[in-house]
Design a protein around this ligand. Sequence first.
Ligand code: F0G
Length: 477
Amino acid sequence: MRQLHLPINDLTMSVMSDLAFQQCMAPDCGAAYGLDVVLYACRRCGALLDIRYDWSRCTVPKSLSFFESRWPTPGRSPEARADFSGVWRFRELLPFESIEKLVTIGEGRTLLQQADELAKKLGVKPGCLYLQYEGFNPSGSFKDNGMAAAFTMARRLGRSRIGCASTGNTSASMAMYARHTPSSNGHSMQAVVFVGGDKIAFGKLAQALDFGAKTIQIDGDFDQCMKLVQEAADRLGLYLMNSVNPFRIEGQKTIMYRVLEGLGWEVPDWVIVPGGNLGNTSAFGKAFIELRELGLLKRIPRMAVINAVGANTLYELHEREKIRFDNGRWDRTRVEAWYARMSAEGRRAKTVASAIEIGRPVNLPRALRSLEAMDGVVRQVSDEAILDGKALVGAYGYGCEPASGASIAGLRLLLEERAISPSDRVVCILTGHQLKDPDVTVNYHRGSRDGTGAGSYANPPVRCAADIEAIAKLLDT
Ligand code: F0G
């Protein structure tokens, strides 16, 4: 099983006095940096960074059940605020800042839902399907978990201008946290958002605008926005809040802690998650690798990452090209060649699930590491299957945005393939709220005016005269 253990070299020694530090994820580099050095990639080799801890000097509980004592207590003390947060309730597992300085607006108060009716519909045994609904976060998506951690760091660094590229949810979450986090000069932070021209769902754009983010609509897609914002970080001093920022990954680890908590600290057989920029994929793997290293878990669940057919980079690289993490020696040349072909053929990501319309996921190496550690698979599903998955989640009373429907579509596919059995315990991550992208939902149910083109599980509105007799007749039919 993959470990996060990396060689200790001269550079590492200089920061080892710190309890938490940043470290290059490439095992044969392993350069380390203090927490206060603003970096998104290793200066020496360009690889992504991990936040690492000297666990021997941290107070880590002996058992995960310790966290059960953390249900919120009333009051405004730092402890009460931290315990209210579904991120900071697990602070011993991401101990990079002291309790008084943690940023929270009550994120991560999400419950694992046992979905027996939906399970029945999908052919899964009762008690075996669970939905982790991250749409119940303050800004309506899982991003808030990561933002709580990244804003804690932004404040520590004294940054007053922060930025991200986004398909919508990152920008909504960042804009919201920016309003709640005073910078060192006492004013709230300036949030700068790069979104692709007309790609963003209105629910998300509405949030960024309402929260006062400087919203820059680029004539281009997410991949172009991502490239631009990375340049802007260097040139214009933006502190980058995308998931290349390793603190985002720390916050998002807690989604897995809550899943385990919801299962009474038992490990599920599978975790299924939609894959876009691959921040969640990266975070989930890191969470489990660390829990194993700490002796807090013996077994790690398997992971299935679900791409849309029109945005299937990870699927292509992992399943077709067989690119593997290979202890950090993943084949860059073949990955570069694959991207070069994508550009030469003019292929761009395209899917109805705009949140995951991403062709060049920045977290690819971290995601490969997670797939290796979690014995993971990657699948691609059609837009139609994504929308049907989303409709089923809605029909059974939860509701989610299109990208989250990919988890259910992926589960259906893996059941068909018999890779997942009906008695496996499966957790599907629902990443965003139902109301983020109502246009797609209404079109699915209504189709065109005459109801054609509606989805398989459509529940179209019915027209009726404003007359009680007509309504009575309609309800009887
Ligand atoms: N689901 C939703 C609702 C998302 O907003 C995203 C990503 C994903 C899944 C994919 O997650 O990047 O961790 O693989 N949205 C980003 C954004 C890219 O800008 O809001 P990932």
